[in-house]
Write a protein that binds this ligand. Structure first.
Ligand code: PYC
Length: 313
């Protein structure tokens, strides 16, 4: 019986997993990563479901597919996805992909360019497990937006882009803690639903699909802030979220709370930390995010045509 095989490498970045398809994935053509993301979604969505959804995956899994870059001087192209769809960019995922490429012997320590659906990202592999990424330019589009959230009252937040669209909330009366995630997920989901209902969006009507809450860090000598990030779907980021930290840095810089090259340490709900800073280039805020990732599994995925759930559910 014919069984198709593909190879994946799993890694985690500050506790958040990335499952990278390194061979045997679908042929997405030779266009830009934005075009190939479209092809993936339209023709090969069953690969996404198979890799990150049950029974092989779980709701928390973020997937990545390595592609031949459109420009051969770049290290690779990458498209990120999760249990409900596709991500524009993914900071923890980029750090995971960087250590995966090193593990495969495809890159050396030092700087390399990755192509993503939203533009070029520079990865700097400082050590085999320590990576700094220069993200796409990040910016805030709206400050102090007030929304009335059912059961929770009036909530104020900022709309910002860090490679994905975020609603960032400082005052929320929620306790950030691993024993409180059910309530945090409910609160953030209600915020996201309210933004959708009120047609509060990112640029060009883009859905704000990530909600980010901030609190004091558990230890001020280790971090400047702790966050909770609800990702598209109903799972939360175990890492401090690279695109969320980028959006935060854009807000901090716009408010004059950080200067160029000043380090901001963002702690996740599980205590992992990213360090971030911004530089200003051609008037744009360009964030750099640093963190660690570890490769923790390599596997061959088997598709058995007799298995009714071979492509997940
Ligand atoms: O690190 O940017 C990130 C991210 C987005 C969704 C999950 N992680």
């Amino acid at each position: 019986m014919g069984v198709t095989k593909l190879t994946i490498i799993d890694s985690h970045t500050g506790g958040e997993p990335t499952r990278t398809i390194v061979s045997g994935g679908p042929d997405l053509g030779t266009g830009s990563m934005a075009e190939r993301k479209q092809v993936f979604a339209e023709k090969f969505d069953h690969f996404r479901r198979a890799l990150v959804n049950e029974p092989r995956g779980s709701d928390v899994m973020v997937g990545a597919i390595l592609c031949e870059p459109a420009d051969s001087s770049h290290a690779a192209g990458v498209i990120f996805f999760n249990n409900v769809g596709y991500l524009n960019m993914c900071g923890h995922g980029t750090i995971g992909v960087a250590v995966t490429l090193y593990h495969l012997g495809k890159i050396d320590l030092g700087k390399h360019i990755l192509e993503t659906p939203v533009g070029l990202v520079e990865i700097n592999l400082l050590e085999p497990t320590k990576v700094s990424i220069e993200n796409v330019a990040s910016f805030r589009t709206r400050k102090d937006v007030e929304i009335e959230v059912p059961h929770y009252g009036v909530i104020t937040g900022d709309v910002a882009w860090g490679g994905n669209w975020f609603f960032l909330i400082k005052a929320h009366n929620q306790r950030i803690g691993l024993d409180n995630t059910t309530r945090l997920i409910d609160f953030c989901s209600q915020v996201r639903d309210t933004l959708n209902q009120q047609n509060i969006t990112g640029d060009n009507g883009a859905e704000i699909d990530h909600i980010e809450l901030f609190a004091e860090p558990t230890n001020e000598s280790l971090a400047d802030s702790q966050n909770f990030v609800l990702c598209p779907g109903r799972e939360y980021d175990r890492s401090p979220c690279g695109t969320g930290t980028s959006a935060k840095l854009a807000c901090l810089y716009a408010d004059g709370h950080i200067k160029e090259n000043e380090v901001w340490r963002q702690q996740s709900i599980i205590g992992s930390i990213f360090e971030g800073a911004v530089t200003i280039r051609d008037g744009q805020i360009v964030p750099t995010i640093s963190g660690s990732a570890f490769v923790n599994m390599q596997a061959e995925v088997l598709f058995d045509p007799n298995d009714p759930f071979q492509f997940g559910f």
